[in-house]
Ligand binder design. Sequence first.
Ligand code: NFA
Length: 102
Amino acid sequence: MSENTTTTPKTVTRPKLEKPKLYKVILYNDDYTPREFVTLVLRAVFRIAEETGYRIMMTAHKLGSCVVVVCSKEIAETKVTEAMDLAKEAGFPMLMKTEPED
Ligand code: NFA
């Protein structure tokens, strides 16, 4: 008998892949961080176009908070740290948080 028989599986089982959870980055309004600075940070850290950044900043300014982006947990946390580090260096209390998407 041949040593090299090939068998065709009748069933294929695939492990269930969890789809990665998405996280929101939320910008919170405060009374001290200059509007220009917030817009600049959105541009520099999140690669958001100036006009879009201005709209996000103004939404947080008027409503208290605004979603900046939705992305993976790791990217969300890295960006928040980068943005808040820039603000801290400049002496502003600008606050961002990450939150799992529903
Ligand atoms: N409210 C800030 C100001 O009037 C601007 C701001 C907007 C700060 C959004 C933080 C977030 N200078």
